[in-house]
Each structure stands twice: as structure tokens, then as C-alpha cells.
Design a protein around this ligand. Sequence first.
Ligand SMILES: *Cc1c(COP(=O)(O)O)cnc(C)c1O
Length: 374
Amino acid sequence: MAENKKIWLSSPHMSDEGYEMQYVQEAFDTNWVAPLGPNVNEFEKELAAKVGSKHAAAMTSGTGAIHLALKAAGVGEGDIVFCPTLTFSATANPIIYQNATPVFIDSDYETWNMDPKALEAAFEKYGDKVKAVLVVHLYGLSADMDKIMGICSSYNVTVIEDAAESLGAYYKGKHTGTFGEFGVFSFNGNKIITTSGGGMLVSNDEVKIKKVRFWSTQSRDAARHYQHSELGFNYRMSNIVAGIGRGQLKVLEQRVAKKKYIFEFYMKELGDLEGVDFMPINDWNEPNYWLSVMTLKGNVSPTEVMEALEEENIESRPVWKPMHMQPFFAEYDYVGSDVSEQLFANGVCLPSDTKMTDEDLERICSIIKGLWSK
Ligand SMILES: *Cc1c(COP(=O)(O)O)cnc(C)c1O
């Protein structure tokens, strides 16, 4: 019966209670379909409170939020921005939108995130040309923020955290995305909670958040007629979308608990297979386990695992292909060794959908284990 049931990597999971529909219904009932409106204001407040930041601006995407964070940090033509090489391209693209120059930094094996030693080396090379450092918390694992913040503050550079994958993840008890001057979250369809699409910029700097809201609504000056003294963007979240977000925020902890359960299930079932390892969980790290990632260094390759799962209608995918290996970013400098390349070569993101049952997980594990007994 459930033989060939489709299993997704990570798909939208609305609350059983129907919270999202209640907020969306309210918006329809009051005709706050657009623009902005109470759900947007409340979603900003609720998300800021959840992560422990003072202010938030709701955007149409995480990418848009990164873009305006860079702009608010004063990044422009001729500036260098350090960015981890092991990430999704949406981290790096906004650096180009601002006509700045990315320099890609390697990961370390302890965190899979920005390697503080490579960061230090990059500062020695580029010194005061550096305007900002983008830090990513990949797959919901936090970067080593004490070390990174220490280095960045000694160079007096703005830190922007791309926490698109790490809502619900903490570093030493403090929420990821609240260490730097700006933090960015994403509510894209496969993230730990989703609004169908959307993002949020958080900061303790009220003036800068207000400025971002201004830019993201076409930079309309306070005048009766349409007057613009600055370049504008159309990046503001809608009131309907924010309603979904308010409902989803109520089940964030449930989602993190399930993601952790999935990760531990895989560790227990697959951890003893020859050559298998899992993403690093440090004692200072409380991840959200957005995706369960395994590495393979034996007779079975990541491609074999992905193909075996695909044959059974189960979605999995490789680890992000590093930015310095991307044709589009090939011309930019890269500082580090081969850690990100190794993680890309050996990693597999296992199905991490929170709607999976134990039966689904057992099915996945038995397909994978089968590759070792051939
Ligand atoms: C998803 C993601 C983004 C982009 O978020 P969108 O809301 O899809 O624009 C940025 N960075 C990382 C690391 C992501 O995973």
C-alpha cells in the first residue's frame, strides 16, 4: 500500500490546529488582503520576541532581506564582503546586487560553517576594504559566533547573519541571527516554517529597520504626491502571507522537536554503517536540525544513496555546491582549503520532512542499509 508513497526532503507543514487559516480568514473578513496591515505588524513583533531581537521588518523573501541588510550596512561599489563558500547562492547574490565584491571563506569540520581561521587569514589579506561579513548557520547548525564576532569586532566590520535555515536554533542559549547587527530569516516553502514565501530582517537598531521598511515600500517620501529621493524596492510582505507566518510561529518548537527526532532516528539506524558520519552537533549548539545531513567515506557514494532513494520516490539532495566552484562566482577570490569541497563531495541531505511517520523513516533506512549488504 504505502510502497511508493512520495517522501519529500522538507515540505510545508501547516499546524493541525489550523492557526494559519484563522489569521488568513481574519484578513479576508476585514479586507486586509493588502497592503501591509495588522498581521504584518504582529508577525514582526512576534518573530522579534521569539528570537530576542528588538525590531523586525517583514519582507517578500530572505534574499530581499539580505539585500537590504547589506544596503543598510552601507555596502556598495568597491566594498568587499566576506561570505561562506558553503551556502545557497541566495546568500551571495545580494552582494552582487549592491555592486560589491564577494570573497568566499571555507568551512571547518567542527561547525561546517565559516572557519574562523580562514576568516582571520582573509582579513589579513583584505584589511580595510572589507565592509561586512555574512555568516550563515547552515542546515540549522550555528557557526562559532564567539570566535567570529571577536575577529569581526577587532576589524570593526558589520556582521550580518544569514539565519534563513536556522530559525529555532541557538548558540550558547542565544538565538542565531541576533549576534550581528542584522539577522535574516526565510519562510520559503521548504524552510522549518513557511509562509509560502517570505523573509524577515531583525536588528536592535530601530532607525535602520525603519529605513529598510521605507526602501522596501518603494522609498516613498512623506509627501502627498509621489516623491522619491532614494532608490526604491518592492520587498514588503503582504498581510495574507504574514497571517500564515503568525500561525506557523506557534508550531515552531513542535517542528524543531520533530526535526531532532528525525536526526536521532538516522543516527541510531545508520550511524554504525561503515564510512558513515553525521553533521557535527557541538555542546554549545542547539540546532533546529532543519535537514539531517550524513557524510559518506566508504564503498557507498552519495550518488548511490540519492539514486536508490529516488527509485523509491523519495527525495534527497547533495550538500550545497560551494560558491567558489560555481561558474557565476568563479572570478572571485576564495580563502581556505578543501573542507567545503569535501563536504560537497561526500554529503547527502536525507529526507527531513516533519510529516514523516516512523514507518517512512524505517523505509528510508532500510533502503540505505540495503546498499551496504549488496
Ligand atoms: C533559503 C535560503 C535563503 C533565501 O531565502 P528566500 O526566502 O528563499 O529568499 C538564503 N540563504 C540560505 C542559506 C537559504 O537556505
